[in-house]
Design a protein around this ligand. Structure first.
Ligand SMILES: NC(=O)c1ccc[n+]([C@@H]2O[C@H](COP(=O)([O-])OP(=O)(O)OC[C@H]3O[C@@H](n4cnc5c(N)ncnc54)[C@H](O)[C@@H]3O)[C@@H](O)[C@H]2O)c1
Length: 387
């Protein structure tokens, strides 16, 4: 590498004190924040400087005062983006592009492969921002540690939401999901026994429902059986089994994911037609297209619709309804990566931690995540060739 090139990487090398910025999210309806005061405290103790934009934690119930007490400086939007490392929740929006500059480190959910985000991808490339996406940080076993916390939250929410819409005033069957002595419990069917499915199973069983979990992966089903009680039944996921269990279901929770592929529609319209009227569907997988033929995306403002006589809840960002829990859960997991980046500097950190390296989508003007380059017909370069 030529000397001139080396110089331009200076900011990304190990520096004893990194300045970390936590901006206020500007996307409508986003109330989460990239770091909680406890995280600020940990970074401060490690010798770093933390800038928090005024009011950044408000939506999650964290006050400026709490951040100050933890050691942060409360600053304006202009000031916060001057930090070396920006820790956020959502992808930057158009009026944040003005803050992009070479060597800026950005750590957030990005979902750059989405067709809607080609412009953002090109901006990050053009301005030579180093962008690390939460959703592509990947452990050796293939799991995605920074997606897991939100799956856990959405999974726990699903039975809670179904319970609400089963009530008569909400248009439901008038059944209580919670168990009552001497009354037949509700039947909950959960398709997909991964992170969402496991949390939904736990919550539904705790409420006293009878749960049937289906998956194509027998190991996932065995895993659930090891944890949960006799009220859980497991079945291999195929059209025949799905059809059979749906006839008796009060609630259907969709939690299927095939990583890197379109979510298969495992429940057809014909199967929905045979469900009991006023049953409730929560298609958690809707953010990836949904696993139920009759699903379509909805919002927190207008969360449900009725199709074939069945109530459908298909909100694409379910954890957004519980920003306090979601923020704490997510930042509990992101903090160790932020510390790694701040303590070692970007280059050392990605060399030491292959999971973090997988998160790097854009680096020094190159797209370093193949699926993003492919999605937009742009050139890909592996991070290994560059650092
Ligand atoms: N709506 C929201 O707000 C929200 C929030 C969090 C997660 N999600 C979504 O929920 C979905 C599930 O996430 P996860 O973390 O549980 O994924 P996961 O990978 O942990 O689990 C997915 C499961 O689906 C199973 N599966 C694949 N094909 C199947 C089939 N044909 N039939 C039955 N099971 C099948 C897999 O074996 C796996 O166990 C994802 O699409 C995720 O993006 C949505």
């Amino acid at each position: 590498m030529e000397e001139k090139e080396l110089n331009c990487y200076e900011n990304l090398q190990k520096i004893s004190k990194m300045i970390i910025g936590i901006p206020k999210e500007i996307k409508i309806g986003e109330n989460r924040v990239g770091m909680i005061p406890a995280g600020v405290n940990a970074l401060k103790k490690a010798g770093h400087e933390i800038l928090v934009e005024k009011g950044a934690g408000k939506g999650s119930g964290f006050l400026n005062e709490e951040y100050k007490r933890a050691g942060a400086k409360i600053v304006s939007q202009q000031e916060v983006w001057k930090a070396d490392l920006i820790v956020k929740i959502k992808e930057p929006l158009q009026n944040e592009y003005q803050f992009f500059r070479p060597h800026l480190l950005l750590f957030t959910y990005l979902h750059l492969a989405h067709p809607r985000l080609k412009e953002l991808t090109l901006e990050l490339v053009k301005k030579k921002v180093t962008a690390i996406a939460y959703e592509t940080v990947q452990l050796k076993d293939g799991t995605l540690p920074l997606l897991k916390p939100m799956s856990e939250v959405a999974g726990k929410m699903a039975p809670q939401i179904a319970a609400y819409f089963l009530q008569k005033p909400q248009g439901g069957k008038g059944k209580l999901l919670g168990k009552v002595t001497g009354v037949e419990p509700c039947n909950v069917v959960i398709i997909g026994a991964g992170n969402v499915g496991k949390s939904a199973t736990e919550m539904a069983l705790e409420m006293g429902a009878k749960v049937t979990a289906l998956d194509i992966n027998i190991e996932k089903l065995k895993g659930l059986e090891k944890i949960f009680n006799e009220n859980l039944k497991t079945l291999i996921s195929n059209p025949k089994n799905i059809k059979k269990v749906l006839r008796k279901a009060d609630v259907l929770i969709g939690a299927v994911l095939v990583p890197g592929a379109k979510t298969p529609k495992v429940v057809t319209r014909e199967m929905i037609k045979e469900m009991q009227p006023k049953s409730v569907i929560v298609d958690v997988a809707i953010d990836q297209g949904g696993c139920i033929e009759t699903s379509r995306p909805t919002t927190h403002e207008n969360p449900v619709f009725i199709e074939e006589g069945v109530i459908h809840y298909c909100v694409t960002n379910m954890p957004g309804a519980v920003p306090r829990t979601s923020t704490i859960s997510l930042t509990n997991t992101t903090l160790s990566y932020v510390l790694e980046l701040a303590n070692s500097g970007f280059i050392e950190a990605v060399k030491k931690d292959p999971a973090l390296a997988k998160g790097v989508n854009v680096y020094e003007g190159f797209i370093t995540f193949e699926a993003v380059a492919k999605a937009h017909g742009l050139k890909y370069k592996s991070l290994k060739e560059l650092v």
